[in-house]
Design a protein around this ligand. Structure first.
Ligand SMILES: [Cu+2]
Length: 445
């Protein structure tokens, strides 16, 4: 199929495109498209062949259906990073690009394959020299390991590799981030869906992928964002499609080009919360931890929990990278009856850091000799987004995994410590410091 050539004349893409009458429905291509994992996918898979063909065609053309247009759409200052607009805004761009690829390749059921980061390396199909899916600016090969880049043992082969995923067991705000009406940098904050695996993989791949304005030109961007989008679908499987604030549902998402090369109608985040009406789903929406969440926290959506006890504990700074909090036996005793689904532990962590760090949060015995549990927080600020390393990055996190049930902990109390580390792949950056660490215990009847 030949592409229509419409020249983009204005500096702003939107001003050069005609707008169609608003459409309420999505083009589902005549059925539910299933986005599949690149892990184990044949190099000759029909979706990969369609993608290679379409990318080559789109690179060779100009105008609304060109590959460059996708870069421009993403580079517009919509404020779709560092806020809760991140997930819906990118879901729509991927949706429209998928429809363009279906149109250009002549494969109506094309579905963007996803890069499952738990495979620990990038998909080989994107590393064949001469392939339209290759990008020579990357600094990794398909043999490079994400776990090596992280440099921490929890990321390799202990069954908890998804720590650098967004926290799909998190409540809405922790996972999606905050509202940012002005779109200005620093006015909102990123949720774990954006700040963990998403940012981490952009930096891991290197080259164009490290640059906010250029990254959509690398075809790996779309395999990556297909997996970012899958995180949201996994979150929704866990929490339901209605478990989000009304203001989020009204959040506008605009600026996309549809498969005919027209400016797509303005959308709202509420239209994107369920993928099925949009005509797509994923081959795998399970997450190892999911069953545990539902089993341990059946009451988490109780609208009016009766609070019996809250307690806030402040950390003591041992060194710039280590803060320790002692949880005394008296507190444990007062909460004892609430152990289980009615005990909620939240951490507030502030870190001043450089180009990517992990904070290991460990629950230890009073003499520090025994580890009851571990958790991790990642922050990987994106390049080209301002001097974020100079400001403390705030993390709000659920610490449910760190509630010890060991008799020793209950009798003697225990320590919770937060220790910051620069990612191994970012060794030239500034050493991150834990600026503050506070935990809140809240027990319900
Ligand atoms: Cu991205």
């Amino acid at each position: 199929m030949r592409l229509t050539r419409r020249s983009v004349t204005g500096a702003l893409l939107a001003s050069s495109l005609g707008a169609k009458a608003p459409a309420q429905t999505f083009d589902n291509g005549g059925g539910l498209r299933v986005r599949r994992s690149l892990t184990g996918m044949s190099i000759n898979d029909p979706d990969l062949q369609a993608l290679r063909y379409a990318v080559a065609q789109m690179r060779a053309t100009e105008g609304p259906l060109s590959w460059q247009t996708q870069r421009q759409v993403h580079a517009a200052p919509w404020g779709h990073h560092n806020s809760w607009r991140f997930l819906p805004w990118h879901r729509f761009q991927l949706y429209y690009l998928e429809r363009i690829i279906a149109h250009v390749s002549g494969k109506p059921d094309f579905a963007m394959p996803y890069w499952d980061w738990n495979s620990d390396h990038a998909p080989a199909a994107y590393f064949q020299h001469g392939s339209p899916l290759f990008d020579s600016t990357r600094t990794i090969t398909s043999a490079s390991r994400i776990s090596t880049y992280l440099g921490f043992e929890w990321a390799s082969g202990r069954g908890d590799q998804d720590d650098f995923w967004g926290r799909t067991d998190n409540e809405f705000g922790d996972f999606f981030g905050s509202q940012n009406p002005t779109g200005e940098a620093g006015a909102g904050f990123a949720g774990s869906a954006e700040q963990y695996g998403h940012n981490l993989i952009h930096l891991f791949v290197g080259g164009r992928m490290r640059n906010l304005l250029e990254s959509p030109l690398d075809p790996l961007f779309w395999a990556h964002h297909s997996n970012v989008d899958r995180q949201w679908a996994v979150w929704t499987e866990t929490h339901g499609v209605r478990n989000f604030p009304r203001e989020f549902g009204a959040e506008p998402c605009t600026g996309y080009v549809d498969a005919d090369g027209f400016l797509a109608p303005a959308r709202t985040a509420g239209e994107a919360v369920d993928t099925r009406p949009m005509g797509f789903t994923y081959d795998d929406l399970t997450l190892a931890r999911r069953a545990n969440i539902l089993e341990q926290w059946p009451g988490q959506r109780d609208p009016t929990p009766a609070i019996v006890s809250t307690r806030s504990l402040q950390g003591q700074r041992q060194s710039p990278s280590l803060v320790r909090i002692f949880v005394p036996p008296a507190l444990v005793a007062s909460l004892k009856g609430a152990y289980g689904p009615r005990l909620d532990v939240t951490g507030l962590l502030q870190v001043i850091g450089g180009d990517g760090y992990a904070v290991r949060i460990t629950c230890r015995s009073i003499d520090l000799s025994f580890v009851f549990g571990q958790d991790a927080v990642f922050s990987v600020p994106m390049g080209g987004m301002g001097p974020m390393g100079m400001h403390p990055m705030g993390h709000r996190l659920q610490l449910r995994r760190l509630i010890p049930r060991d008799a020793r902990a209950l009798n003697e109390g225990f320590w919770i410590e937060a220790e910051s580390n620069l990612l191994r792949g970012e060794r030239r950056g500034m050493q991150p410091e834990v600026a503050s660490f506070v935990i809140n215990y809240r027990a319900q009847v």
